[in-house]
Design a protein around this ligand. Sequence first.
Ligand SMILES: [Fe+2]
Length: 156
Amino acid sequence: MTQTAQTLSTDATTQIAEALNQCVAETAVTTMLAQNFHWNVTGMAFGPLHALFQTIYEDHFTAQDDLAERIRALDAHAEGTLAGMIKRSKVAEVDGVPADQEMIRLMKEAQETLAETIAGAGELAANHGDTLTEDLCIARGQAHEKFAWMLRAHLA
Ligand SMILES: [Fe+2]
């Protein structure tokens, strides 16, 4: 049965918020990763890669807000520290300046990781009848798989 923020059990809300906080963390770390690559990419494909990484970080900046505010709509705590996000994120920051092709590969992997994490959060929400959170996760998962495809196409 479909549930809403008003009818979900406290246990369900806690589990969903935990999954969403994982999504926020990985989205935020990937936002910074995309901005890092936007700033530091070099090579003959500088123009389109500079632009693509900007498209990604702008998308992710909006998304992390949407995900965190869904947590608040469920009346749970949205973890808002960079240290906490980096600690829990399965997407890692990258030291140094990778070559352009390596940046593309790393960003593709980040997008695939995000798609998996968010699909899992959506499934968890669905199992609790929280179709509104599921809907947000489906949209975000699709966005990450689209970015993964765009990045993968560069490596073909
Ligand atoms: Fe810029």
